[in-house]
Design a protein around this ligand. Structure first.
Ligand SMILES: Cc1ncc(COP(=O)(O)O)c(C=O)c1O
Length: 442
């Protein structure tokens, strides 16, 4: 690992190997510029023995060319920043713009984190305890399971292990944005086959693109973000029959009422299934995702992954969450009931048309030509409801909160009132449970 420690003005920089640590296979060299003496930690005799290098005009020259034109990823705004921007207290903001689980994790998680031992020691690079717990949870052997810092990390890791710059990734938008984002970061090519009007896959388009572009990977999301539709089994099987790697992202599968396909990786050498603790267990902030892989693939991910990608705290929290299955089931049931109730309510909003969803959010199109999704987003944001994704094509996404935030009796609460006014719903309509969904779609 080579660390650049200098900056700014000198025309030349002296490379000084201020510390060379040989630990196992690793050689670490800290580099400092000649005039940044506070950063020099080695005797000047060592510094003067190393060659001078010409300084290039701008740091951008160090950046890989394909990254210089990359649009920055727009992250979710943290509570405090948003609260300052909106001039509202954090507790006064309805925050579900990233599909976090409003119920949070089972109480065992906080207790286990409080009792956590050895935070000063690096975590188990193989996350053995968690993988054993996941094996029990999924019915798939631990040897097929790899854990990551969120499913996000695994998407990137899969690409780093499989893609050359000339390789093509097939994407079916609108869908989760990280597939296209990571493809760009990895410098590979993206081919898009947009979904049909009802958000189902355009199968003739997908098969034609496979034939024409010979993609290495296709990302399929079921339920899909942002609309919550499921992939049809015969379509999945047909795609699995093609010569490409199928990454099936099941981040929201718990809400779908159908089983995960994790165990399929034993049968299909070209299938990877991704899951996460972010939605099912309310652990989005702790960052734990996992994937099921064929043995012929997982071996290489083990070699390439960061050794300590799952922290001690993340493993402790995820193991504790899996110990209370009835809590996870209860929370899932509440969210599913809320989804079904909300769907009926959204049908009554004269300018919205909701799509049926198998996830923890509902996508609506804005049907009234005099209204725009962007305006609705802005109106709700003014009311302290964190921004929903709204595109120019008049799609808005709604997610929902805790049932007890949203009973018809307490519809007069502040949250309900804000949403009621913004959506122009009649009083008594339980719109206070409406929370807004997810900006990470493309
Ligand atoms: C479809 C999909 N996959 C993966 C993720 C990321 O999951 P994680 O929080 O485990 O990184 C999300 C997050 O919103 C998502 O919507």
């Amino acid at each position: 690992m080579l660390t650049l420690g200098g900056n700014s003005s000198p025309a030349v920089a002296t490379l000084s190997f201020s510390s060379i640590i040989i630990s196992g296979k690793e050689l670490t060299a800290h580099v400092a510029t000649s005039n940044s003496s506070s950063r020099l930690s080695t005797p000047s005799t060592v510094a003067s023995a190393v060659p001078m290098v010409k300084r290039t005009s701008s740091g951008v020259n160090f950046i890989r060319p394909h990254l210089r034109t990359l649009s920055p990823y727009t992250p979710i705004e943290p509570f405090e920043i948003l609260s300052a921007r909106l001039g509202r207290a954090p507790q006064d903001i309805i925050k579900l713009d990233a599909n976090e689980n409003p119920y949070g994790p089972p109480p065992e998680v906080m207790e286990a984190l409080g009792r956590m031992q050895f935070p000063n020691i690096y975590p188990d690079p193989e996350s053995r305890r968690l993988r054993a717990a996941l094996a029990e949870d999924s019915g798939l052997g631990a040897e097929h399971i790899l854990v990551g810092c969120g499913a996000d990390e695994l998407i990137d890791l899969i690409m780093r292990c499989t893609l050359e710059q000339s390789d093509v990734v097939l994407d079916c938008p609108p869908t989760f944005i990280m597939y296209s984002f990571d493809t760009a970061v990895n410098g590979s090519k993206l081919v898009k086959v947009p979904r049909k009007k009802d958000f189902s896959l355009d199968m003739p388009g997908v098969l034609a693109a496979i034939e024409k572009h010979k993609p290495k990977i296709i990302f399929l999301t079921s339920p899909n973000n942002p609309d919550g539709s499921l992939i049809k089994e015969d379509e999945l099987l047909e795609i699995l029959n093609q010569d490409l790697l199928v990454v099936l992202d099941e981040a929201y599968i718990e809400f779908a009422g159908e089983p995960s396909r994790m165990t399929w990786v034993k049968k299909y050498e070209n299938l990877i299934v991704l899951r996460t603790f972010s939605k099912r267990a309310g652990l989005a902030g702790i960052r734990v995702g996992y994937g099921a892989f064929p043995l012929s693939i997982i071996e290489y991910l083990w070699r390439a992954k960061q050794p300590y990608n799952v922290s001690v705290a993340a493993e402790v929290a995820a193991c504790a969450a899996l110990k209370n299955k009835s809590y996870l089931e209860d929370v899932k049931n509440k969210l599913v009931m809320e989804r079904d109730r909300m769907y009926k309510l959204l049908l009554e909003v004269p300018f919205l048309s909701p799509y049926p969803s198998h996830s923890n959010f509902i996508l609506c199109s804005v049907t009234d030509p005099s209204k725009s999704a962007k305006q609705l987003q802005a109106d709700l944001a003014k009311e302290g409801v964190m921004k929903l994704e709204a595109d120019e094509k008049k799609l808005v996404d709604f997610c929902f909160g805790k049932q007890n935030q949203a009973t018809s009796e307490d519809c007069d609460d502040a949250v309900g009132e804000r949403l009621r006014l913004t959506l122009n719903w009649p009083r008594g309509c339980e719109c206070c449970c409406l929370l807004l969904h997810q900006s990470r779609v493309a």
